[in-house]
Design a protein around this ligand. Structure first.
Ligand code: NAD
Length: 541
C-alpha cells in the first residue's frame, strides 16, 4: 500500500476559450449543437450504477424554442427514491474506506474529461437545455465545473493535513470521518457547475449522495452523471433521481440515514426542507448538516465619485447576463442625482442595443428565460411596475412567448425605495433604479442595507477609495460577496468563495474549504502510552 502523504497543489483556474469564428472549439461546438438539436434523448434514473426506467415521463424542451423537444426523462416515484437511499447507504462504507487520493483521482479525471473529450457535449447541452449563450455556458458548465472539481481536491488535502498537537505520554490524532449516512444533493436549474459541486464536495470527503436535479437542467446534469461514471465513480456513490421535488424531498427527509442537505435554490424551497427536517428531527441518527445557498436581491451602489460609463456597463452585464437568472444578478441600484442623467442615458442606450434570441447566434447577448413559470412570474412584476404610479419603465418592458420565453432587458425607475421590485427577488432581466440626493448619501446606504431580506452579493462603484471603504464597512452584512468597482456577478472558484447570509443561505462558501469541512464529522483519537495505575493524584498526599 502506498503510504505517502499526498499534497494536491492549488490548481490553475480553467481557461475560458474564445470561440472565435473558425476556431477549432467553435467548429466542434457548432457540430455538437447540431447533433443534439436533431436527437431526442431518453434519460433514465441512475440508481446504484444502473439505469432505471419508470415509464412516468416528462419532456425537456428548449427555452428559446419551446416546441422543440430535446429529451424525455423518467421520473422517480416513492419506490425509486427508496432504492436510491438504499443504494447510497450500501455504497457509503466502501466509499468512505476508499483512500482519499483515489476519490481525488476520480474527480480529477472527470475534470479532465470535461476539459477535453466532453467540452462540447457539456456546453451544447447547457446552451440548448438551459438557454445559455456560448460565453455563459463556457464559464459555467465547463470552467466553473472543472474548477470546483480540482479545487475541492486541493482543499480536501489541506483539511486532512490538520492535526492536533501531541504532548508527553500521548498521541493525538484527528480522523476526518464522512457523515454517517448519505447526503441529499438538491440542485437548481441555473448553473451546471453548482449541480457538480453539490455532489462532488460531499463525495470528495467520502460521502455518498442522492441527487435531485432541477427538472429544467436535466439534460446537462444527466451528461455530468455519465461523465462521473466514466471517470470511475463506483456504483451508488451518486444516485441520480429526477422527478417531482416535493415527492422526492418528503421521502428522502424521512430517512433516518439522511445526514446532510447540500442545497442551492430558492429561499422558499430551502425553508421548506429545513421545516421538514425540524419535523423529523428525532428520527435522524445524527443532526443533519443543512447547507443551503438561496436567493438574492443584489445591489449596485454608486458613490457620487463613480464613473458613469463604468457604472452603466457593469450594471448591464450584472443585471442582464443569462437573463438575470443568477442568484448574484444586480437587481436594484442606487444612483446619486449628480450622476443620474449620464448613467441612465448610457444604460438605456446599452439595454436597447441588446438582442435577444437563439443561443446559436453569438450576437445575442441574451436568450430565453427558463420556462413558462419563470416567464409568467417575471412579466407579472413588469406589469405591476407599468400599473404603478411609483414606477416608470425606461427600457424594455416588453416580452414575447410565441416561440421561446423571451423578455427584453427591463429597467424600472422608482421613487419608492421600498417598491416591490426593490425588495423581492425576481430572478429575471429586471433592474430597478432609485435616485438619491448626493447630500443624503448615508441615508441611501442605510436604505440599501435594510431594504431586502437577502444578503448575497453587492457592489460599490467609487473613484474615492476612502469612500468605498466606508461604504464597504457600512454594508458589512448586506452581502457575503462584496465587490468594489466590479459587477456583483461572476465569482470564480478559489478566487471569490461564494455565499451570503441573512435570507441568502447558510454562507458555507461554495468553492472554498469552509464548504468541504461541513461534509466531515471529525473524530479525535487520544492514545496514552503509559496509563495511570493509581486513582489518587499526588497533591492528595
Ligand atoms: P428552486 O428552489 O425552485 O429549486 C431548486 C431545487 O429544489 C430543484 O431541484 C427543485 O426541483 C427542488 N425542489 C423544489 N421543491 C422541493 C421539495 N419540496 N423537496 C425537495 N426538492 C425540492 O430554485 P430554482 O428555480 O431551480 O433556482 C433558482 C433559485 O436558486 C433562485 O432563488 C436563486 O437565487 C437561487 N440560487 C442561489 C445560488 C446561491 O449560490 N446562493 C446559486 C444559484 C441559484
Amino acid at each position: 500500500m502506498n503510504n505517502a502523504v499526498y499534497n494536491f497543489p492549488v490548481p490553475e483556474n480553467e481557461s475560458v476559450l474564445g470561440y472565435l469564428k473558425g476556431s477549432s472549439e467553435r467548429i466542434a461546438l457548432e457540430k455538437e449543437l447540431t447533433r443534439q438539436e436533431s436527437t431526442e434523448v431518453e434519460i433514465p434514473l441512475i440508481i446504484g450504477g444502473k439505469e432505471v426506467r419508470t415509464g412516468n415521463t416528462g419532456k425537456i424542451t428548449m427555452p428559446h424554442n419551446h416546441s422543440h423537444v430535446l429529451a424525455t426523462y423518467h421520473k422517480a416515484g416513492e419506490k425509486e427514491v427508496k432504492m436510491a437511499i438504499e443504494a447510497a447507504l450500501s455504497a457509503s462504507r466502501a466509499w468512505a474506506n476508499t483512500p482519499w487520493t483515489i476519490r481525488a483521482s476520480i474527480l480529477l479525471k472527470a475534470a479532465e474529461l470535461i476539459s477535453k473529450k466532453y467540452r462540447s457535449l457539456v456546453n451544447a447541452s447547457t446552451m440548448l437545455g438551459q438557454s445559455k449563450n456560448i460565453y455563459q455556458s463556457e464559464i459555467d458548465a465547463v470552467c466553473e465545473t472543472i474548477d470546483f472539481l480540482k479545487y475541492n481536491v486541493s482543499y480536501a488535502g489541506k483539511i486532512y493535513q490538520f492535526q492536533p498537537k501531541s504532548s508527553f505520554n500521548q498521541l493525538n490524532r484527528m480522523e476526518f470521518r464522512p457523515l454517517e449516512g448519505f447526503v441529499f444533493a438538491v440542485s437548481p436549474f441555473n448553473f451546471t457547475s453548482i449541480a457538480t459541486n453539490l455532489n462532488s464536495a460531499p463525495v470528495m470527503m467520502g460521502n455518498t449522495t442522492v441527487w435531485k436535479p432541477a427538472t429544467t437542467s436535466i439534460l446537462s446534469n444527466y451528461y455530468l452523471m455519465k461523465i462521473f461514471m466514466e471517470a470511475g465513480l463506483p456504483a451508488g456513490v451518486i444516485n441520480f433521481i429526477p422527478g417531482q421535488g416535493s415527492l422526492i424531498g418528503k421521502e428522502v427527509l424521512a430517512s433516518p440515514g439522511m445526514a446532510g442537505i447540500h442545497f442551492t435554490g430558492s429561499n422558499a424551497t430551502f425553508n421548506n426542507l429545513w421545516s421538514q427536517v425540524s419535523h423529523n428531527l428525532t428520527s435522524y441518527r445524527s443532526y443533519p448538516r443543512l447547507i443551503g445557498e438561496t436567493g438574492g436581491k443584489d445591489f449596485i451602489f454608486a458613490h457620487p465619485s463613480a464613473d458613469p460609463t463604468e457604472l452603466a456597463a457593469n450594471a448591464i452585464r450584472g443585471a442582464f447576463e443569462y437573463q438575470g437568472q443568477k442568484c448574484s444578478a444586480a437587481s436594484r441600484m442606487y444612483i446619486p442625482e449628480s450622476l443620474w442623467d449620464e448613467t441612465t442615458s448610457k444604460m438605456v442606450e446599452m439595454a436597447e442595443e441588446i438582442t435577444t434570441g437563439d443561443v446559436k447566434n453569438p450576437e445575442n447577448f441574451m436568450n430565453a428565460v427558463i420556462d413558462k413559470k419563470a416567464f409568467d412570474s417575471i412579466t407579472a412584476y413588469i406589469e405591476y411596475a407599468k400599473e404603478s404610479p411609483d414606477a416608470e419603465i425606461i427600457a424594455g418592458g416588453t416580452y414575447d412567448d410565441a416561440k421561446g420565453w423571451f423578455i427584453r432587458p427591463t429597467i424600472i425607475v422608482t421613487t419608492d425605495p421600498h417598491f416591490k421590485t426593490m425588495e423581492e427577488e425576481i430572478f429575471g432581466p429586471v433592474l430597478t433604479l432609485f435616485r438619491y440626493r448626493d447630500s443624503e448619501l448615508d441615508n441611501a446606504i442605510e436604505l440599501c442595507d435594510t431594504t431586502s431580506p437577502y444578503g448575497l452579493t453587492g457592489a460599490v462603484f467609487s473613484r474615492d477609495r476612502v469612500a468605498a471603504a466606508r461604504i464597504c464597512n457600512k454594508l458589512r452584512y448586506a452581502a457575503g460577496n462584496f465587490y468594489i468597482n466590479d459587477k456583483p456577478t461572476g465569482a470564480i472558484v478559489g478566487l471569490q468563495p461564494f455565499g451570503g447570509s441573512r435570507g441568502s443561505g447558510t454562507n458555507d462558501k461554495a468553492g472554498g474549504e469552509f464548504n468541504l469541512i461541513r461534509w466531515v464529522s471529525p473524530r479525535t483519537i487520544k492514545e496514552t502510552f503509559i496509563p495511570a495505575t493509581d486513582y489518587k493524584y499526588p497533591y492528595m498526599e
